[in-house]
Design a protein around this ligand. Structure first.
Ligand code: DUT
Length: 162
């Protein structure tokens, strides 16, 4: 069973009312990075490719701080600290307006017990401008059985900069 947006909001700190949706909570854009160099996944480990910060620029008629992104693949960092409660699993989906503008967020499983400020792969197929702090994705939570909780290398990521 998927939980309500109000339930998801209760798991997160610092959420505005406009972020709470019927079935989930919108996540906001903190920063955009561009992978450079070579990443690697082996049978017994992984190495994440270096990233360059994409410089923010003034966007739109009000010159707001944001990113103007040419077609390509980017790492998008979310602003919110996400904590997945036990007995649940999380999924992040793009806001449909992102998709309708020719961009897409690719995401993976958010494990029970994970806490951190996570990332997604932003695919841009047509130039797009995104304001820092704009809502770009939505977190949903489903009730789930599991054995153990998340204890991987991304536990607590970017919490020091929250
Ligand atoms: O789109 C996503 C999906 C998940 N996560 C977070 C939550 C998740 O619990 C954690 C680890 O994901 P995963 O288990 O897929 O990572 P891994 O590649 O298997 O690495 P590790 O074994 O170090 O956890 O990353 C994200 O930031 N973005």
């Amino acid at each position: 069973m998927f939980r309500s947006g109000a339930f998801v909001a209760d798991q997160l700190d610092g959420i505005d009312a406009e972020q709470v949706q019927p079935n989930g909570v919108d996540l906001r854009l903190e920063a955009v990075l561009e992978p450079v160099g070579t990443g690697r996944i082996t049978r017994d480990g992984k190495a994440i490719a270096d990233r360059d910060q994409v410089e923010s620029v003034a966007i739109g008629p009000e010159d707001r701080e944001g990113y103007r992104l040419a077609p390509g693949g980017y790492i998008l960092q979310y602003a919110e600290t996400v904590s997945i409660p036990e007995e649940h699993v999380g999924f992040v989906l793009p806001r449909s307006s992102l998709m309708r503008n020719g961009a897409m967020l690719n995401t993976a499983v958010w494990d029970a017990g994970y806490s951190g400020r996570g990332e997604g792969l932003l695919q841009v197929h047509n130039e797009i401008e995104l304001e820092r702090g704009a809502r770009v994705a939505q977190l949903v939570l489903a009730a789930a059985d599991h054995e153990g909780t998340y204890d991987g290398s991304y536990q607590g990521e970017r919490l020091d900069r929250a």
